[in-house]
Design a protein around this ligand. Structure first.
Ligand SMILES: [Zn+2]
Length: 135
């Protein structure tokens, strides 16, 4: 799989903080309820912290009470890549940035949240950067 932005691992390690690197490049997960955007309601666009691609909009963010920012739809279906993840003894669907391949989180569906898609994109805050809309 090749991505538009394809950097050697040493470069990512140099550009990202250790915590960002661990989640974005090593598919780590930030602890629940600790991320800076978990409860954020600011209007704006959430971009990939690794490459800046626009990924989600605040108007699809909803309160899932799961401890991570949750969205019911990406800004653009091509913005994210979905990959089956069989790690940790579970079958989950990993969500990656489709421009740089960085790990964002997982998507779950059929959980019964009252959203238009019944999907929950459960995304690490540290994988995102919020740009508030100018008012
Ligand atoms: Zn990216």
């Amino acid at each position: 799989m090749s991505y538009d932005i394809d950097k050697p691992d040493e470069q990512w390690r140099a550009e990202l903080s250790p915590a960002e690197y661990q989640v974005l490049r090593k598919a780590g997960t930030e602890p629940a309820f600790t991320g800076e955007y978990t409860d954020t309601k600011t209007t704006g666009v959430y971009s990939c912290r690794a490459c800046g691609a626009e990924l989600f909009r605040s108007d699809t963010k909803f309160e899932s009470h799961c401890g991570w920012p949750s969205f019911y739809d990406p800004k653009d279906t091509d913005a994210v890549e979905l990959i089956e993840d069989r790690s940790h003894g579970m079958v989950r669907v990993e969500v990656r940035c489709s421009r740089c391949g960085s790990h964002l989180g997982h998507v779950f569906e059929g959980e019964g949240y009252p959203t238009p898609t019944d999907q929950r994109y459960c995304i690490n805050s540290i994988s995102l950067r919020l740009t508030p809309d100018e008012n």
